[in-house]
Design a protein around this ligand. Structure first.
Ligand SMILES: [Zn+2]
Ligand SMILES: [Zn+2]
Length: 556
């Protein structure tokens, strides 16, 4: 071990001790030892052991630890503290701008254990509510985390969207005489993307040469039929090559999962296809857009019903699930309503956080009354646009909602969500959620698993049982459209539709721009063949009003 490694070890030990709130005097002495060791003119490994403790800045106990490291190549005290620390917490030390003390608050008080969760909390405005975290820290944390995540390989669909557009333009300009087509996971509308894929009818040599003449791209790998480039955006670019003759066949191959391609006969290498449709026709398969090809049984569905009307963004008629500045949102209810009106929407369901969500300034009963008066006044002013009164009620540990019935009754509808104690066994999670579904006031089950894509696994649930319970209790399942959540996972939606359970595509937005997130919900809903009639937020105002009043009347 050289001095730098020894110094790094002490520095990490000292930070982890601070994170755990351990003896700060000791932690400080390790930090100053790290500082001193880095500046030493001689290597500790060349220093006689008995002389180490007399070096300035190094005491007897530190010297002992240095000797341990030199002899064993590791430090037991560090190993022990690392075992006690969630990996996400250790990883947070990579974020410039938040030191060990802040990480301690993030971990112990906010119950956040990963960088992704931390980013989400910042986006929800939650960080600045804690002592020592201002608006500036919050923004800084967002910037640093976004950069950090970008460099780690996988990305949210929404994060690469803009880069895709720019690359499309760059490639079309670079290869003006070729066919350049976006393909792969992005056009399949998958919720996370590892690489942006294009198909070009050009030779490997020409593509490679042209790309490398461009600043900002480096060749990462040469595959049998593709090249992978690293780029300054942090997202990998994969380019498949094809000839003019093989182009459309290659397009279908690169834009479809294997399970889908198995239905095709593409072995005839001589056969020419002039369009994508011709590739389908030749195998006697109805044309199916790339985004829908992941769904099992999709070909049979299209054979039975070729005119299937799949949901589009324009089919969303109102905003359901939205936070205002009454809890942790940034905008007033009126600003949110105006933004929704500007999009041509007919209604807005305000669902601020409930009282248990203290970190989000959840509403105490007196503030609910005040909010309802305010909404009444706004409705008089903004009609025919309508604001509905709702709440995102916390599902408590025992599955109950955090208000008594007489308060729950005062809402037009209730979204029930889990926000605390997310680490549960499946049994515990199921008992908790099923009880909430059985609560007669629950209209919608919010973000079913609590997952945050690329950063937090959801708690384990039995999707079928939950869907069955929603079917028996007439509860709608949210498809939370926040690009981090997309929860319920679209892969489970078919079963919900089979059971006649409605889906609600909801933005869960905390500011006006967040209303646009409904798009990401629609994109994954399409993958599950959701039609407008399956989606609660696609009901026109009158139908929606009727739906919730019927639903309310059924309670007693
Ligand atoms: Zn929520
Ligand atoms: Zn919410």
């Amino acid at each position: 071990m050289d001095n730098y490694q020894i110094a790094d070890t002490f520095s990490l030990l000292s930070k982890l001790m601070d994170i755990h709130g351990e003896n700060s005097f000791k932690a400080k002495s390790y930090a100053s030892a790290a500082f001193a060791i880095e500046k030493l003119p001689q290597q500790l490994s060349d220093t006689p052991k008995e002389k180490i403790s007399s070096i300035k800045g190094i005491g007897a106990s530190t010297a002992q630890k240095i000797i341990e490291m030199l002899e064993n190549g590791r430090l037991k005290a560090l190993d022990e503290i690392i075992i006690m620390t969630p990996p996400g917490i250790v990883e947070m030390l990579n974020i410039k701008g938040i030191g060990p003390k802040k990480i301690n608050t993030i971990w112990k008080e906010m119950e956040i254990e990963s960088i992704g969760e931390l980013l989400y909390a910042c986006q929800e405005n939650r960080l600045k509510l804690y002592k020592g975290f201002g608006e500036k820290t919050q923004q800084n944390v967002i910037d640093v985390i976004e950069f950090y995540q970008k460099s780690k390989g996988s990305h949210l669909y929404a994060q690469v969207e803009m880069i895709v557009g720019q690359l499309d333009q760059i490639l079309s300009e670079l290869f003006p005489n070729n066919q350049v087509l976006l393909t792969g996971s992005f056009i399949r509308q998958l919720e996370t993307i590892n690489e942006i894929e294009f198909l070009i009818d050009n030779s490997r040599e020409s593509i490679e040469q042209t790309m490398l003449s461009l600043e900002g791209f480096v060749l990462d790998a040469r595959g049998e039929d593709h090249l992978i480039f690293g780029s300054s955006t942090g997202v990998k670019l994969k380019i498949y090559w094809a000839t003019k003759d093989t182009f459309w066949k290659r397009f279908v191959q690169t834009s479809s999962p294997q399970s889908f391609l198995e239905h095709f006969n593409l072995t005839d290498t001589e056969k020419l296809y002039r369009t994508e449709q011709e590739v389908f026709e030749a195998s006697n398969i109805p044309y199916i857009p790339a985004a829908l090809r992941d769904l099992p049984g999709i070909i049979e569905r299209f054979r039975e019903d070729p005119g299937l009307e799949i949901i589009q963004v324009e089919d969303i008629r109102g905003i359901i699930h939205c936070h205002s500045n009454w809890s942790d949102g940034s905008n007033t209810i009126e600003e949110l309503a105006q933004a929704a009106m500007a999009k041509g929407l007919e209604y807005l369901v305000i669902s601020d956080h409930s009282k248990s969500a203290f970190y989000a300034n959840g509403l105490q009963p007196d503030r609910i009354l005040a909010q309802h008066d305010y909404i009444d006044a706004l409705n008089a002013k903004l009609q025919p646009f309508q604001i509905f009164k709702s709440i995102e009620a916390d599902i408590l540990n025992d599955g109950s909602l955090d208000y008594p019935d007489d308060i729950l009754r005062s809402f037009d509808m209730v979204i029930a969500s889990v926000h605390s104690n997310l680490k549960m066994t499946e049994d515990k999670a199921m008992a908790r959620i099923l009880k909430a579904i059985e609560n007669p006031y629950t209209t919608i089950l919010g973000h079913m698993t609590g997952r945050l894509l690329l950063s937090r696994e959801g708690y384990p649930v039995d999707h079928r049982k939950i869907i069955d319970a929603c079917a028996s209790n007439n509860v709608v399942i949210e498809l939370n459209a926040h690009p981090n959540r997309l929860d319920i996972d679209w892969r489970h939606i078919s079963y919900a539709l089979e059971k006649n359970v409605m889906i609600s595509i909801d933005p869960d937005s905390h500011f006006t721009d967040g209303l646009d997130d409904i798009k990401y919900g629609v994109l994954v809903a399409q993958k599950a063949l959701v039609q407008p009639k399956h989606n609660l937020s696609s009901l026109a105002l009158n139908a929606f009003r009727e739906y919730i009043s019927k639903r309310k009347n059924a309670i007693n």
